[in-house]
Design a protein around this ligand. Structure first.
Ligand SMILES: NC(=O)c1ccc[n+]([C@@H]2O[C@H](COP(=O)([O-])OP(=O)(O)OC[C@H]3O[C@@H](n4cnc5c(N)ncnc54)[C@H](O)[C@@H]3O)[C@@H](O)[C@H]2O)c1
Ligand SMILES: [Zn+2]
Length: 387
């Protein structure tokens, strides 16, 4: 089987790396940049340094700062109109997956004659967009390295992934100080999202030599750093490890794919507006436990990557340790969602199963063909644990 990895052109990482931004923008010959961000990030002042340094370098800067969380097709179209009015020749996304996905789509829409609605229906753009520079402020989605952007289609109560290598961004600028102010629960949820990307890509039917190197090293970094980030938000070394792990998750997605955790989380996001990271996080250990019989060796390898006490233990025992550690992680990070308040009750489980079953793009790569009963069991357990 052949496999491939469409890759981001450059990653600039480490504390203080944001100061490289003007040179990076200039390297594309760009004279006018639009910073795309969300209101929360904007109000925190996280775009200020970029605005000032770009202006000081003689680059015209505009800011579009109203990307909503987990945007819909219409909302992305609105941001596109605003960005277009600024006549930019580079886009700098500063924010989490919502701002980064929006920026990637806006960039493509600026250079292609295809509308977002057409892309949602499967029409492909033909050329790359204007250069995109991604400055993640969460360490989770890995959107800075993926060929994906996810939008909500409200009339279908569905989140849809648009996938094209043309959308892989040009540069990721990973400055850990940009994540230091993340509230603890967002650190936790988005961090587990990164872990899901890394683990799912490794157990996916699409796993390969390229993706697994990133997966396994990323898993090791998450295990080292996520609890530290949660307990001590200002621990910039741990923040740096999480940012790199998150980007590795994105690179792994670019070559492999996510699987059942993401498939089962889609209806929770699309219908009940549970944030992407949180929806994955509450499902994560339960789905991984159900997959275990089909992945004993791989779970043992991941347990070793996490440096769990595997010496002298069989693969089966290491796999058990691994699943136990996933539950412990969720517990230590206080992962919890009031599902009832969001309208997710035991009565809607059949709808959730129907919704997840439609995400064949991901479910088809799961190492185990999940039955409806297995999905029901997972959702029931998640509901019990989150009531
Ligand atoms: N393209 C991909 O490959 C990919 C992968 C996974 C998820 N996604 C998508 O990404 C979106 C979710 O992104 P996300 O989880 O990063 O969250 P997000 O971008 O929606 O941000 C969540 C919240 O965190 C706040 N925030 C962000 N950075 C902050 C900081 N440094 N300090 C304080 N607050 C901060 C934001 O203001 C926002 O309120 C979803 O739409 C999801 O579907 C895309
Ligand atoms: Zn995800």
């Amino acid at each position: 089987m052949s496999y491939q990895l469409g890759s981001i052109r450059k990653i600039v990482s480490g504390e203080g790396s944001l100061k490289e931004l003007p040179e990076i923008v200039k390297s594309f010959g760009a004279k006018a940049a639009v910073i795309v961000t969300d209101d929360g990030v904007y109000r925190l002042g996280l775009t200020k340094g970029a605005e000032e340094s770009l202006a000081a370098a003689g680059i015209k800067v505009s800011v579009v700062h109203d990307v909503p969380p987990e945007p819909s097709v219409e909302q992305v179209e609105k941001i596109f109109e605003q960005a277009k009015a600024h006549q930019c020749d580079a886009i700098v996304a500063i924010g989490g997956g919502s701002a980064m996905d929006t920026s990637k789509l806006v960039s493509l829409m600026l250079t292609n004659k295809v509308t977002l609605r057409e892309m949602v229906k499967g029409k492909k753009p033909s050329v790359r967009g204007v250069p995109t520079i991604m400055v993640p402020t969460t360490a989770g989605t890995g959107s800075e390295a993926t060929p994906n952007a996810i939008v909500l289609v409200p009339e279908e109560q569905l989140k849809v992934g648009i996938v094209t290598d043309l959308m892989i961004s040009d540069v990721a600028l990973l400055d850990p100080s940009m994540t230091a102010g993340l509230p603890a629960h967002i650190t936790a949820n988005t961090g587990i999202d990164a872990l899901c990307h890394l683990m799912e890509c490794y157990i996916s039917k699409k796993n390969n030599l390229l993706s697994e190197s990133f997966s396994l090293h990323g898993i090791k970094l998450v295990e080292k750093a996520l609890r530290r980030c949660y307990k001590t938000p200002s621990d910039l070394k741990a923040r740096e490890l999480m940012q790199v792990a998150s980007t590795f998750g994105g690179i792994a997605i670019a070559s492999s794919s996510t699987t059942a955790i993401h498939a089962l989380s889609y209806p929770l996001g699309g219908r009940y507006h549970i944030p992407h990271g949180l929806a994955n996080a509450i499902l994560m250990p339960y789905v991984m436990e159900v997959n275990k019989p089909d992945c004993i060796e791989k779970y043992a390898v991941m347990a070793k990557a996490m440096e769990l006490p595997c010496a002298g233990r069989s693969d089966e025992e290491c796999a058990d340790l691994f699943v136990k550690e996933l539950y412990a992680l969720n517990s230590d990070l206080n992962i919890h969602c009031d599902l009832k308040a969001k309208g997710v009750t035991f009565d809607v489980i059949d709808d959730l199963i129907d919704g997840a079953s439609k995400v064949t793009r991901l479910l088809g790569n799961n190492p185990r063909d999940l039955t409806r009963e297995e999905m029901r069991d997972i959702y029931e357990k998640v509901l019990k644990a989150n009531s």
